[in-house]
Design a protein around this ligand. Structure first.
Ligand code: HEC
Length: 492
């Protein structure tokens, strides 16, 4: 947790990651992972039937996919690592040490994938006869495998964050990759990608002009069969995936589907999801049996419904991991599970290099409280923006905020609200946090993150004065690195 803290007080840090990651998944699953096998199959079929139009339609889809994945797809893909490194450097720092070789491989596989997309598209018209066409289809198959491999690697990390499994005993890369969530989640995402690729292909069919009615009918039947084929596998994989999600996380699904305010809408949402899936099933069945009956709108709409569902699934999955960023190991605010007890006894401020306060006094109380809020709550709460703390407390207490009551809330919030981590500070620090929150209520003010406010020098004069005090607790392991670091710097 010892980093200068990046913070967005309006949209919130969670939302920053969520927006980028969800857009990425919406593009990546249908348009990168799922579509290449479908395109390659269309190309192969076009050759088999000697139907040039099928071939050209496959090429047209490739063009759109190529533009979107190499721009918005790549931008959001890299954006995920950029934004998560800003918001949760402690988590990415830990993960990259466990998954070093996986990430290294990902980098190579991803670049290979991008080069293959380029090659696949650009050689389409040149490699269109005899052997060359076989090579081109082979290129499509390789591209399909590579784009699946990029996902297969990353899913290992996502699974690990939800359950580290026996890694704590084994602690090698393979144990981490083969975490209990890995294969079920990979199966789920793979089948989901393949099924939603069909929805995107429908969308492209919807754009075929009326003058080419024959082509439209022919590919509608083909793509409907594809979608219908994958849907049961997707259902099975979903069931497998749900069976490995830990119970504590399952308990948070209702809250993850909606915020507290809308929690009573969850039934409606569940039915909406069932409705969307049934609608897609009906379109697919009609498309297979009576492709002429399928109106254009029915081809265009499922794609949007499908990606909305996909985005929502991703949001819920991210939510239910709370209060952890890495299950059982590290909380979302970067505090390691095994450190919490120490901080609850000795306080966290003396061990936070980038806080200007080490010891709370009457004068620095509000500044200290703000730092405590930033350290322990700001990964998930803003002051008055998204998931704003002031609104949450007002909802809870109305206008009468009783410090003693708030203090006991903070001390026990991880028990009453299991999706929040325990407050990582001692009694005096929680009182300080409460004093700050009350002041914030009376004098609303925005908190500037390190990216705006600048980074305080980690060793202020005040800190040196208190060094001796800190050494008292210095025998405890968690305190040592800070003290050693400072002693080292003092030598310069
Ligand atoms: C892991 C993310 C996370 C962290 C860290 C976190 N919270 Fe929360 N908190 C939430 C979420 C999510 C909600 C519920 C939002 C909703 O759906 O209304 C919430 C709700 C609350 C509520 C309203 C509870 C209720 O019953 O209505 C309060 C008060 C609160 N948080 C205070 C804090 C304080 C104080 C801290 C820091 C010491 C903190 N939270 C840290 C995620 C977090």
């Amino acid at each position: 947790m010892d980093f200068p803290i990046f913070h967005l007080d309006g949209m919130g840090n969670r939302m920053l990651i969520a927006v980028i990651a969800i857009i990425h998944v919406m593009i990546n699953h249908p348009l990168a992972v799922g579509i290449y096998p479908l395109i390659t199959l269309l190309e192969w079929r076009g050759r088999k039937l000697g139907d040039e139009r099928l071939d050209q339609f496959a090429k047209r889809i490739t063009f759109v996919v190529f533009i979107i994945t190499t721009s918005l797809g790549a931008l959001t893909g890299v954006g995920i690592w950029f934004s998560t490194s800003l918001v949760a450097p402690f988590a990415i720092g830990s993960l990259i040490r466990v998954f070093f070789w996986a990430w290294f491989a990902e980098w190579i596989v991803f670049i290979t994938e991008v080069m293959l997309i380029l090659l696949y598209y650009m050689t389409w018209d040149r490699w269109n006869e005899g052997r060359a066409k076989s090579w081109h289809i082979g290129l499509g198959v390789t591209l399909s495998l590579m784009s699946w491999a990029t996902m297969a690697i990353i899913v290992a990390i996502l699974g690990f964050m939800m359950s580290v499994g026996s890694w704590e005993q084994g602690s090698d890369l393979l144990t981490a990759v083969l975490n209990p969530i890995y294969l079920p989640q990979l199966a789920f995402r793979t089948t989901l990608a393949l099924a939603t690729a069909g929805l995107f292909a429908w969308f492209m069919i919807g754009l075929i002009p009326k003058s080419q009615q024959d082509l439209r009918v022919q590919v509608t039947r083909f793509v409907s069969a594809w979608t219908l084929f994958w849907m049961p596998f997707w259902g099975l994989a979903a069931w497998w995936y749900m069976s490995v999600v830990p119970d504590a996380m399952k308990g948070l699904i209702p809250l993850g589907m909606m915020t507290q305010k809308f929690i009573t809408w969850q039934d409606a949402l569940l039915w909406a999801s069932v409705g969307v899936i049934s609608f897609i099933g009906i379109v697919a069945l009609t498309g297979l049996l009576k492709p002429r009956w399928v109106p254009r709108a029915a081809l265009l709409i499922p794609f949007f419904l499908g990606i909305a569902l996909l985005g929502h699934f991703e949001r819920v999955r991210e939510f239910i991991r709370k209060p952890y960023v890495i299950a059982g190991f590290m909380y979302s605010n970067g505090v390691r599970v095994d450190e919490v007890e120490f901080y609850r006894q000795h306080g966290i401020l003396p061990y936070s290099s980038f806080s200007s306060v080490t010891k709370v006094t009457e004068e620095n109380k509000l500044a200290a409280g703000k730092d405590l809020f930033v350290i322990s709550c700001s990964r998930c709460h803003t002051t008055n923006g998204m998931n704003g703390i002031d609104a949450k407390l007002t909802k809870l207490y109305g206008e009468q905020w009783d410090p003693a009551q708030m203090n006991s809330f903070v001390r026990g919030m991880h028990l009453s609200h299991p999706y929040m981590p325990p407050f990582p500070g001692n009694e005096q620090e929680s009182e300080t946090l409460v004093a700050y929150l009350i002041d914030l209520h009376e004098n609303p003010a925005v908190i500037a993150g390190a990216q705006v406010a600048g980074i305080p020098h980690p060793i202020g004069v005040a800190r040196e004065e208190e060094q001796s005090e800190r050494l008292d607790g210095g025998s405890v392991a968690a305190g040592l690195p800070v003290i050693e670091k400072q002693a080292e710097r003092n030598l310069d």
